[in-house]
Design a protein around this ligand. Structure first.
Ligand SMILES: [Zn+2]
Length: 274
């Protein structure tokens, strides 16, 4: 019987703040922590994860909705290590004073290779095109027992889907992928022209997300259990738009059993257990 027991929950996944929890029996890791202490601590409590189980925070990039927020202070005081590349850390330190405290307490772990392990979870990083200073990365988190491996892969804030991004998403059991905006809603919104163009250059639309998933479907040897669309704009998108785009794609390909669960702004998403 398979007993990896890897679980994942997007605690929040919008332009207003992002945090995702991945855990097994004895440890949890958080990818990004761009929300208040009150929100994330509450979400951990709702998930039944004690702070003492949190063995690391992984940062994708130095934007406030990913690396800002007061939860980092709580995590630092609890002695939780932070894992981040040198260039992203340099940029994050300029923007978020809490990063200095992470370093001062000896909790900073600079990760410049693309593979490392924390608390029994094997982590692979890969570059994601985005307009963040210091760069942006995605993460695959895998747990193995014997010959069985279960993998959660996360890539949000995606500027474009060139350069083989899909190859980093193959053979994952759970895919957390940006589906930021509906193109028509974005262009029809009251946002200034420059901001619309910046969003189009640095975030993935529902249609582009669908194209990325299609590329994964064509290259993968196994179907994911679930796709969790994330970093969903609260002004220029709806869950209905996201779901109808992806459900159409998956249903046409006969991937009927693959679950699609959108992330929320102020409510933790579903727990997917592998
Ligand atoms: Zn960003």
């Amino acid at each position: 019987m398979f007993d990896v027991n890897l679980s994942v929950r997007v605690l929040a996944g919008t332009s207003s703040g992002n945090a995702t929890l991945v855990w097994h029996d004895s440890a949890a890791l958080m990818v990004d922590c761009g929300l208040s202490d009150r929100y994330i601590s509450g979400a951990l409590q709702k998930t039944g994860i004690d702070l003492s189980l949190l063995k690391g925070v992984l940062i994708t990039h130095a934007h406030v909705d990913h690396a800002g927020g007061t939860f980092l202070k709580t995590a630092t005081e609890a002695g939780v290590p932070v894992f981040v590349s040198r260039s992203i850390h340099r940029s994050a330190t300029k923007r978020f004073p809490l990063m200095r405290e992470v370093k001062r307490r000896g909790l900073l772990h600079i990760v410049d290779g693309n593979e490392f392990s924390v608390a029994g979870i094997d982590i692979t990083t890969f570059p994601v095109p985005h307009d963040a200073p210091g760069g942006c990365v995605g993460y695959s988190l895998a747990v193995s027992r014997g010959r069985q491996t279960r993998t959660v892969t996360l890539a949000t804030d995606i500027g474009n889907i060139d350069n083989g991004l899909a190859t980093h998403l193959l053979d994952s059991d759970v895919l957390i992928i940006e589906s930021n905006h509906d193109e028509t809603m974005l262009m029809g919104s009251s946002r200034p022209w420059w901001l619309k163009q910046r969003i189009r250059r640095s975030h993935l639309s529902n249609t582009e997300c669908s194209s990325l998933i299609r590329a994964v479907m064509e290259g993968t040897s196994r179907r994911p259990v679930a796709i969790l669309p994330s970093h969903i704009s609260t002004e220029c998108n709806t869950h209905h738009h996201v779901l109808s785009e992806l459900r159409n794609l998956l249903d046409r390909a006969g991937w009927l059993e693959v679950g699609i669960h959108c992330s929320h702004q102020r409510k933790p998403g579903v727990i997917v257990r592998l």
